[in-house]
Structures are given as structure tokens and as C-alpha cells.
Design a protein around this ligand. Structure first.
Ligand code: RIB
Ligand code: CA
Length: 315
């Protein structure tokens, strides 16, 4: 048995695959010595929860990690109807992936129960990486705040200090379920927030895909196929496309590549023109509420892109 200098970090990944979620999950599953994935939970977001659950199992099978449990979660946001992102990810949520239907059957255990059980099993040790709407986490917090207070922390993709990507103000994950995001940011659980401010700095483009494909595997072929569809394809923007969720996973393994600031983040749930906006205040502007999140603004994008390609090629 290899004696690693550092034991793998226990992590639960809550997601809505989704093409950038797919890259995030594949990246996480490529790092068994750094990340002990205790479970994957899925939520309605990019596409319906039934589909995100199927996609998570398809990716688990693709990565050869079929031992990782997948649990289906909330089928809609807390108060609002689901507004999905099929126009970005395709009707399946992973158009272009070229993958067969998943093996086996969905678990009968709900994601919220799985989250609470995983937290209670490793108090103070477990990190949740949340890269979709925060509905599952919010329900878990409402059901058992005492258990969720034992979380080591939440590393999430969502929000933006500057402009949104659904409205001028709101990023998709927070826009889809703003009440859930508000519950999470008011919970007191330590949060690291990767918003659009940083994810838009680490895009992948055609040269990156071409380099990825110099290693021809089922994983690289599937990723290239998805990126040809994702938000109109990598060729659709000369800057390339942001792979939002993959940054949150990379942060878990290489936090030294990122730079952040302690901030107070408040989620807009009242002003109809700014629903889902993350009001980010730093420094002297934080006020008496104090900081409730570290907001990431900087990344070593070249290191990240090279790492992501290398890890996907290694699967
Ligand atoms: O705004 C980007 C986020 O919304 C990503 O998590 C993407 O998968 C979508 O869910
Ligand atoms: Ca996502």
C-alpha cells in the first residue's frame, strides 16, 4: 500500500451535470490520492434532476469509478419553477458526450439524506463541493442545522461580484434557486466561493482541445465532443469557454493556484430585477455582519489548464 504523505481529503460533490460539471467530476475522479469522494449528489439545474442523476452515473462509469455512490436530489428549486440551461448543455445535459446509458439503477436514497449521513459520519472532516443550484444543501441545513454545522466547509461555484450570466446581475446557480443560496450563505458554514469573476479567467479554447486530443481515450473523446456543443462550442468565442465547475475541484487539490478575499456575500431574494444577485462586500465595506465567505478572484490559469488536460488524459 502506497503511504501517501497526506491522506485523501474527504469530499462530497453536489452537482447538476451539465458539461462543465462533467469536467469537474472527471477531474475529481482522476485524483484518488488527493480526493476521497464519499458520494456524488445531484440536483435539478442545467437539466432536470432525473437527467442529472443519469449523467452522474454515466460519468462515474466512464471514469471507471463505479464504486462511488450517486444520489438523486431535489427535483425543483425551493420556491420557484426550474429554469434550466438546456440551451447551453443540450437537452440531455451532456450533448456530444457520446456515452451510453448508465449501468445499474438509481439509488432509492435521497441526496439530502445522503448529505446528512456523510456529514455526521465524518464530523469536522468533510468538505462539500457544490457546483449547481444549492437546493440540496439548503434543505439539509433547514432539516438538520446541527448536523450541517459539523461540515468542515463548502467550496462552491456560483455567484459573481460583478456581472451575472443569466441576468445583468445574477449567475445561473444562484439565479435558479436564490432562496437556497441565501440559506447557505446565512448558515455560518465556512464557504469558498468561485464566482464568474474567476471562472471567466480560466477558459479553454480550440488549441486546448486539440492538445487534449493528442491523447486519444474514451474520456478525451467524450470531453472534446461535449466542448463542441457547450454553449455553442469552444469555436464560438475566440476567448474560448469557461469551465466554471472544474475550478472548484482544482481548488481542492491546488489552492495555491488561487487568490481570494474575505467578503460578506448577501443573496438578493426580493428585488425582482436583481433576483439571485450576490452582493459582495469586502474590506471596510463588510460592516458589522462580518465576512461569511472567501471569494476567489485570481487563478494561475495556465497552470489550471495544463493540469486539467493532463488529469483528463490520465483517466
Ligand atoms: O453559471 C455557471 C454554473 O451554472 C455552472 O455550475 C454551470 O454548470 C451551470 O450550472
Ligand atoms: Ca453546474
Amino acid at each position: 500500500m502506497a503511504i501517501s504523505a497526506v491522506d485523501p481529503k474527504p469530499v462530497l460533490i453536489d452537482c447538476d451535470p451539465g458539461i462543465d460539471d462533467a469536467l469537474a467530476l472527471l477531474l475529481a475522479m482522476s485524483e484518488p490520492t488527493h480526493l476521497d469522494i464519499v458520494a456524488i449528489t445531484v440536483v435539478a439545474g442545467n437539466v432536470a434532476a432525473v437527467q442529472t442523476e443519469r449523467n452522474a452515473r454515466r460519468l462515474r462509469d466512464l471514469a471507471g469509478r463505479s464504486e462511488i455512490a450517486v444520489f438523486g436530489g431535489c427535483r425543483r428549486p425551493l420556491l420557484r419553477p426550474l429554469q434550466d440551461a438546456a440551451h447551453v448543455h443540450g437537452e440531455t445535459g451532456m450533448d456530444g458526450c457520446g456515452l451510453a446509458a448508465p449501468q445499474g439503477r438509481p439509488s432509492q436514497r435521497h441526496a439530502v439524506a445522503a448529505i446528512l449521513s456523510a456529514v455526521a459520519k465524518q464530523p469536522g472532516q468533510l468538505t462539500i463541493c457544490a457546483v449547481g443550484p444549492l437546493t440540496n444543501l439548503a434543505v439539509a441545513i433547514v432539516q438538520r442545522p446541527d448536523v450541517m454545522a459539523q461540515l468542515k466547509g463548502i467550496v462552491l461555484m456560483g455567484g459573481a461580484a460583478a456581472a451575472g450570466n443569466v441576468t445583468a446581475h445574477a449567475e445561473f446557480n444562484f439565479y435558479v434557486d436564490p432562496e437556497a443560496a441565501r440559506i447557505v450563505f446565512e448558515s455560518g458554514i465556512p464557504i469558498v466561493m468561485h464566482g464568474l469573476d474567476v471562472t471567466h479567467k480560466a477558459r479553454v479554447d480550440r488549441p486546448w482541445v486539440d492538445q487534449l486530443l493528442t491523447v486519444d481515450t474514451p474520456v478525451t473523446r467524450s470531453v472534446a465532443g461535449m466542448l463542441s456543443v457547450y454553449n455553442g462550442g469552444v469555436d464560438g468565442d475566440p476567448r474560448g469557454r469557461p469551465v466554471h465547475d472544474a475550478l472548484a475541484i482544482a481548488y481542492l487539490v491546488h489552492p495555491e493556484w488561487f487568490g481570494g478575499t474575505d467578503c460578506h456575500v448577501a443573496i438578493e431574494t426580493n428585488n425582482p430585477d436583481q433576483i439571485g444577485r450576490s452582493h459582495v462586500r469586502a474590506g471596510a465595506d463588510i460592516g458589522e455582519e462580518g465576512a461569511n465567505a472567501q471569494v476567489i478572484f485570481e487563478i494561475d490559469a495556465d497552470r489550471f489548464r495544463s493540469y486539467l488536460a493532463g488529469q483528463l488524459q490520465s483517466l
